[in-house]
Design a protein around this ligand. Structure first.
Ligand code: ACM
Length: 489
């Protein structure tokens, strides 16, 4: 199928086709990497070689495909010029080049996503794309507490996400049913609550050693994705209390839980042991995490009194800052006066939230994850095999048909940090399950986060999305074949 220059998700900011021109990659094509572009040039060659079977040598001499940097562009901004003589990809920084590479891949035949050599004419449509993101934070979240996903599964997920210019992956590392990150100063967290029988129905055991976590961070960073680790508290802490009974009010270990209830566990706001524990955990996680954010959860603390909740959050926020990180928390956290650097993540289905609006008025940037639009664990339809439906069913058009700067009174464009699509894993048991819930809705959220508001159009989007069925099949990525989309074979 011949691609048009604008057949890209997320929709680029500016597309100027030149119908008279095109460029075809062949076995003589080489890549020229100007200083500072070598890493992305190597990545480009790596993603094109398996399907094309071409050598695609990368050097610094003249070549048909040229990568270069231009400091006048924003870091994530890029310009892709395709002419008969060759292709020039210019980025403001390597991140922008990387996004440009994703655009270039989508402009090639779907077979380019195959993992073994395929016959195709590797033709790129002519013209110029000038592109830049609307929001700096475009995220996905994976719940590895209710069901654990291995390092390789997370890497695979990252590779799927970056195709849509997602640049943050939030890992929900702890919850009532499991603790998934090794903490040297509190080793029983993973020895007990990362082991066999943990996770929902006891089917999702496992945890990341520090080396595992560092491997994920490095893999993501090489793809310009920032890992945002979450330690959920003061609720959702049963797994921690099973491992360390001193974190309960009476010092007695609660039973391990593998059901899907929420709102029953709480750290004790009035106990100093609580803050010794939290301080150690946040320090170790901060040390492992080069990104600027540390997520402290804060959601559904129904077993914590409002007074204790505020006292707890007010003690914990300065710890995050002391370890050099910006606190992120689910928007309940905005019950206290937040420092401007703190990021409330709005997740509910309501059309307003006073605390989040107050935080925005005080200078905080808000991360938008309204469950009725962005939660990838909601069923597509009542018939969906996987997922929950407490926020309703979320079809593709519903995921696409909202705007982050219009959702909450008091939270306009300037107050929005970006968007994130969370995937909770109570009903998920495999990477294929993760992919099925993610695709094709994640591309909708990615376009909302990246593309200009003015150009957003459902008919255009569903037409562009249709072309992803063969791309996902070539990659072995499962997706939900929603009847809302006119899929192509
Ligand atoms: C949440 O869905 N409890 C943040």
């Amino acid at each position: 199928m011949t691609r048009e220059l604008g057949d890209v998700i997320p929709a680029p900011a500016e597309v100027r086709p030149d119908a008279a021109a095109h460029f075809t990659i062949d076995d003589g094509t080489a890549i020229s990497a100007a200083s500072g572009t070598e890493q992305v040039a190597a990545y480009l060659a790596d993603v094109l070689r398996p399907a094309t079977g071409f050598g695609l040598p990368v050097g610094d001499g003249p070549a048909a495909i040229v990568l270069r940097l231009d400091g006048a562009l924003g870091d994530e901004e890029y310009r892709l010029e395709i002419a008969a003589a060759g292709v020039t990809l210019t980025g403001g920084a390597p991140a922008g080049l990387f996004h440009g590479v994703q655009t270039l891949r989508q402009l090639l035949p779907a077979e380019v996503f195959a993992t073994a050599p395929r016959q195709a004419t590797w033709r790129l449509p002519g013209g110029t794309i000038a592109d830049r993101p609307r929001f700096g934070y475009r995220g996905a979240m994976l719940d590895v507490a209710r069901h654990f996903f291995t390092v390789d599964e997370v890497k695979s997920y990252v590779d799927s996400l970056v195709q849509f210019k997602i640049n943050h992956l939030h890992l929900h590392l702890t919850d009532d049913q499991g603790w998934r990150i090794e903490i040297d100063s509190w080793p029983k967290l993973t020895a007990i609550s990362g082991g066999d029988g943990t996770g929902v129905d006891g089917t999702g055991p496992g945890f990341y050693t520090k080396a595992d976590y560092a491997e994920i961070v490095a893999y993501a960073a090489a793809r310009f994705v920032t890992i945002v680790p979450e330690i959920d508290m003061p609720g959702h802490v049963n797994a921690a209390q099973v491992a360390y009974p001193e974190l309960t009010a009476d010092g007695v270990a609660p039973p391990q839980r593998t059901d899907v209830e929420v709102g029953y566990s709480s750290f004790v706001a009035g106990k100093e042991e609580t803050y010794a524990f939290v301080g150690d955990v946040l320090r170790e996680v901060a040390e492992l995490t080069p990104g600027p954010y540390l997520h402290i959860g804060g959601d559904e603390a129904q077993a914590t009194t409002a007074e204790d909740y505020r006292a707890f959050i007010e003690r914990v926020l300065p710890l995050v800052t002391a370890y050099g990180k910006r606190p992120v928390g689910w928007h309940e956290m905005a019950a206290v006066d937040l420092p401007a650097a703190a990021v409330p993540q709005f997740w509910r289905i309501e059309a307003s939230d006073d605390g989040t609006a107050r935080a925005a008025a005080n200078g905080s940037k808000v991360l938008m994850s309204p469950a009725d639009r962005t939660y990838l664990d909601m069923k597509y339809t009542a018939e969906s095999r996987l997922g929950l439906d407490w926020a309703g069913t979320v079809g593709v058009e519903k995921a696409y048909g909202w705007d982050p700067a219009e959702r909450l009174p008091g939270v306009g464009e300037e107050s929005v940090l970006g968007v994130e699509a969370p995937l909770w894993s109570e009903t998920l048991r495999s990477l294929a399950d993760v992919q099925t819930m993610t695709f094709p809705r994640l591309p909708a959220i990615a376009e909302i986060g990246w593309s200009p508001r003015a150009g957003r159009d459902w008919e255009s989007f569903r037409g562009r999305l249709a072309a992803f069925a063969p791309r996902w099949r070539e990659q072995g990525v499962a997706f939900h074949p929603s009847p809302e989309i006119p899929w192509v074979d």
